[in-house]
Design a protein. Structure first.
Length: 368
């Protein structure tokens, strides 16, 4: 399967959009519920831990230069066990895409389209995902390169206009619910950045391992800065007592903007800042699960698989009975314990490769 080539900027935009998409949903309320007023700076610890995981997995890639993660699984564990682990990653991506799609649909029904059938919204987004995936990863990278800037500008406008409601006394007590609880949350929430695993799946789309390393670290750091400011302004607006109750924290923040009778209901404008990363993230996860499946079975043309996988994503999206089940069960598994799939499985493969002294790929590729 030919991924097509993307540049460093496009790769960073793609991973950043996939990571920061969480701030538009229950992520802010969840982390405030876990660590209280420590939410805004605990993201720094999560960012550092995520960079450590990235570098460990990057060491695995250095042992097999020129190979993607799926090929490395086969090379280290054999075709049978390697394909099992690859299928686990593929299934995870299907549920990731489904949970992101479902949460977006539930949120937009609550705030904007209460009478629109959920199946219609889901179908529309999946149709966009199919069209984006049809043109390959290069088209997806170009789309992300275009979309990131408007999203960041939208966030900057909201944070600036909401300044009158900020009360920075809400950031006290600074230690939140205590250091041990904050540290444990930082470890769990490091999975918020694990979308960098995309770079190890589509290695053919980037120039070399050096570019993958740059893209990964830049994406994690940039996303960590965005998370920090988002949670900082969110806490300054609502405090930890009310902050843990909002379903969509950043959207609720946009609803606080009010200047006399002339500037109000700006959340309607902010809606586009919310829709763009949601649709792009669903498209990314959708394409990656198709890409992984094609790599597992050496399928050259991914296009015939788009409709069947769209159906699987739709099924995954409708499994939760309601939004509370989605948040309490599905998203906790997808977002916090996804490190089992995205961190621990590649690290396990690295340990096996070191113990068995296995290397592969083009060893003449310059390492960094």
């Amino acid at each position: 399967m030919n991924e097509g080539n993307i540049g460093l900027f496009q790769a960073v935009c793609l991973v950043v959009l996939a990571i920061i998409n969480k701030i538009f949903y229950s992520s802010a309320a969840t982390i405030v519920q876990r660590v209280g007023t420590a939410a805004w700076y605990s993201t720094v610890g999560s960012c550092v831990i995520s960079i450590m995981f990235f570098y460990i997995i990057y060491r695995l890639m250095l042992r097999f230069p020129g190979m993607n993660l799926i090929q490395i699984f086969d090379a280290v564990l054999g075709r049978f066990f390697g394909k099992i682990l690859s299928m686990v990653l593929c299934i995870y991506c299907v549920f990731y895409a489904g949970s992101n799609l479902r949460e977006f649909v539930d949120m937009i029904k609550i705030y904007n389209l209460p009478k629109t059938p959920p199946a219609f919204i889901m179908g529309s987004i999946l149709l966009v995902s199919i069209l984006v995936a049809y043109f390959g990863f290069k088209g997806l990278g170009q789309l992300c390169g275009i979309c990131l800037v408007p999203v960041l500008l939208g966030l900057a406008v909201v944070f600036s206009m909401a300044y009158p409601v900020y009360n920075f006394n809400y950031l006290k007590p600074y230690l939140g619910y205590g250091i041990p609880r904050t540290l444990w949350s930082e470890f769990l929430r490091s999975s918020s950045y694990d979308e960098f695993i995309i770079l190890f799946v589509i290695t053919d789309a980037l120039k070399d391992l050096k570019e993958i390393k740059k893209a990964g670290i830049m994406s994690i750091v940039f996303s960590g800065v965005i998370f920090m400011f988002c949670f900082l302004f969110y806490l300054a607006s609502f405090g930890y007592a009310f902050g843990e109750e909002n379903i969509s924290g950043i959207f609720e923040l946009s609803r606080t903007i009010y200047f006399n009778r002339f500037i109000q209901r700006v959340e309607t404008i902010f809606l586009m800042t919310w829709v763009i990363p949601s649709m792009v993230t669903t498209s990314i996860a959708f394409y990656i699960c198709v890409s992984i499946y094609c790599k597992i079975f050496n399928i050259k043309n991914h296009r015939p698989l788009l409709v069947p996988f769209a159906f699987l994503v739709f099924i995954a999206a409708i499994i939760p009975q309601n939004i509370m089940e989605l948040v309490s069960v599905n998203l906790v598994f997808i977002r916090e314990y996804s490190m089992v799939v995205n961190y621990f499985i590649p690290i396990f493969v690295l340990v096996i490769a070191v113990l068995l002294k296995k290397k592969g790929g083009n060893q003449n590729v310059q390492k960094n």
